[in-house]
Design a protein around this ligand. Sequence first.
Ligand code: ADP
Ligand code: MG
Length: 357
Amino acid sequence: MGGRKSGRVWAAAAVVLLAALTGVGLWRTAGGPPNLVAITSEPEGIMGTSCQLSAVVVLGQAGRAREALTAAEAELRRVEALMSTWIEGSEISRLNHAPPGEAVPLSRESRFVLGRARQLARETGGAFDVTCRPLVELWRRAGKRDELPSAEELAAALSLVGWREIRLEPGGAVKAAAGARVDLGGIAKGYGIDLAAEAMQAAAGLRGGLVDVGGDLRLFGQAPTPEGWVAAIRSPAGDAVWAEITLSGGAVCTSGHALRFETIEGRRYSHIIDPRSGRPASGTVSVTVVGPTALDADAWATALSVLGPEGLERLEGAPGIEALVISRGEGGLRADLSPGFPELRPGPGFPATILRH
Ligand code: ADP
Ligand code: MG
């Protein structure tokens, strides 16, 4: 989260060549059920990306909708202030800069996210590992100086990665080594989206709602349209809708290598790191994950970017999670789906529609 600073958006030509995807929520307001209206806000400066919040209410209840939107925005800002590594004084930054052996007090929220992250490291066979921060920093530095890390630098960073380096305690966390660090960039946005959606759900008078942060979204209840909630999977340039999926609730998150990368010695490297090898993930172009919570969908999108299509097998142990993995195959792009993904009614011809582009 908040990571757009080092990222660069792809040139249009590259987009056409590789046809990568990003998930973006699409919401039609025209022709909705009678008496329902969607009140929308677009708060700025949230997690370094765009944000759209929408509350569905019966006509005449706009005041309640606005209150719910304010509560949701506050949750997003609260999570960012606790967990962003771009904010010096955040709890996670304090943990990262703490000396070894010192117990760093953490909020219930940070402990919850760290606890889930540790479980997800197990569930994903180590592909999703928030202790990979030393590697994230190493590759960012490499991007800045435009020189690949040496074998020694890679080994040094790798030696600081792994859950043996961080001990979670009832009131906080303790690091084993000074250089051990965590990065919640692949999970905290999802968690913030969940809390924002739950704050809206708890608000009185709401029929439905949508939280969209940079194209990662969670929705609930009634949509303001007869077709229900329709999430569009778009090309990265946003110029084409390649597939639409119908949802009754839950989250949709996308990790697109195409959108954020470092260029080192003339080659592009993903901002997603394979914590097992210490090297940037490669081969996967884009992953869209649907699930009950944005926290899980966000983390699995990152994990499957590391694991590639083979990682879909691991979803057997993750109930309610479905994924679309776009990777580079022989002679072009290849789309792999988890068994339940077609049930989201992505429309006739899917995923062939994508591959034709
Ligand atoms: P986005 O921020 O575009 O939604 P992701 O959700 O895939 O992208 O998160 C990527 C971020 O997660 C990286 O910028 C980094 O902070 C962190 N990260 C990178 N690799 C991993 C990994 N293997 N496991 C956990 N977090 C990672
Ligand atoms: Mg994400």
